[in-house]
Design a protein around this ligand. Structure first.
Ligand code: NAX
Length: 331
């Protein structure tokens, strides 16, 4: 039998946490034969709700779930974890300045970075979900210098999956037959969902999604804005932000990272930029990646036309500005 993997979920008493922890306990994240021990962290005002989630996990009698740690103590939460999914953060409330929200999250991610650095298992993999996701991940990286930078990522897989979903609806095909869309840049409304290299699996081989759709106006207009604005559309409909899709995509992100992407398929992950595609180095930026043996690699050599270039640069500029804002909160 495999040794259990310890998975930390911060903000576990929140909406995404409530959707995510049962998925992890059922093997959706790490596979149906991988036992897990869940570490759930939240803050004191949510302690009772967190305990309620723990009670439900016990009640669900998940065969793969070998233990639950539910705590408001960051050190206890981080101790020995192999995977950390950072969902907890400070939400933007009406009337709040961007700088104030950034400052709250910078201080949260700074202290949680230190706890992970000191107490997590060696080679712990980190996924930041909480917004501003890319910049929170960057702060975490800066304050956990002994965690390899390759191990710190942020979630853009939800945006990636949303793009696949939009294409499958438009072409009236199975979403599982569509692949290789790309989300470039920030998990924000400046992200660039790119279909230039996407393909559809057909009985006669792989076809270009762009050629099949053959509607540049839609691809450069409504498609992009629908994916960029999907979060707001969900809030409008549900009066709550996306939770089940965010949780499911977080599982996809970790599963592909740990277990590998299928041959010929790439996915989008927010990772530490090395300057590929002339994206400034030193940002956490979403790129197309393949994963093998627990490591991601940026897909190289894709052609970038002028339209795409401008979009890649615009979202990079926003991230550079967010980075400066985050740093200004440190002093
Ligand atoms: P909720 O407000 O329901 O849950 C957040 C939880 O975090 C709360 O239980 C809160 O008490 C806890 N928390 C706050 N500060 C904490 C701290 N210092 N340590 C531990 N826990 C803390 O929000 P939810 O809808 O679950 O969303 C969580 C985060 O995901 C938000 O930042 C949200 O913006 C972000 N999202 C990111 C997405 C992505 O694709 N990257 C998509 C979905 C989502 O919008």
């Amino acid at each position: 039998a495999k040794e259990p993997v310890r998975v930390l979920v911060t903000g576990a008493a929140g909406q995404i946490g409530y959707a995510l922890v049962p998925m992890i306990a059922r093997g959706v994240m790490l596979g149906p034969d991988q036992p897990v021990i869940l570490h759930m962290l939240d803050i004191a005002p949510a302690a009772e709700a967190l305990n309620g989630v723990k009670m439900e996990l016990v009640d669900a009698a998940f065969p793969l779930l070998k233990g639950v740690v539910a705590t408001t103590d960051v050190v206890e939460a981080c101790t020995g974890v192999n995977i950390a999914v950072m969902v907890g953060g400070f939400p933007r409330k009406e009337g709040m300045e961007r700088k104030d929200v950034m400052s709250k999250n910078v201080s949260i991610y700074k202290s949680q970075a230190s706890a992970l650095e000191k107490h997590a298992a060696a080679n712990c993999k980190v996924l930041v979900v909480a917004n501003p996701a890319n910049t929170n991940a960057l702060i975490l990286k800066e304050f956990a210098p002994s965690i390899p930078e390759k191990n710190i990522t942020c979630l853009t897989r939800l945006d990636h999956n949303r793009a696949l979903g939009q294409i499958s609806e438009r072409l009236n095909v199975q979403v599982s037959d569509v692949k290789n869309v790309i989300i470039w840049g920030n998990h924000s409304s400046t992200q660039y969902p790119d279909v230039n290299h996407a393909t559809l699996k057909t009985p006669n081989g792989e076809k270009s999604v762009k050629e099949l759709i053959a509607d540049d106006e839609w691809l450069k207009g409504e498609f992009i804005t629908t994916v960029q604005q999907r979060g707001a559309a969900i809030i409008k409909a549900r009066k709550l932000s996306s939770a089940l899709s965010a949780a499911s995509s977080a599982c996809d992100h970790i599963r592909d990272w740990v277990l590998g992407t299928p041959e010929g398929t790439w996915v989008s992950m927010g990772v530490y930029s090395d300057g590929s595609y002339n994206v400034p180095a030193g940002l956490i930026y979403s790129f197309p990646v393949t994963c093998c043996n627990g490591e991601w690699t940026i897909v190289q050599g894709l052609s970038i036309d002028e339209f795409s270039r401008n979009k890649l640069d615009a979202t990079a500029a926003e991230l550079t500005e967010e980075k400066a804002l985050a740093y200004s909160c440190l002093s």
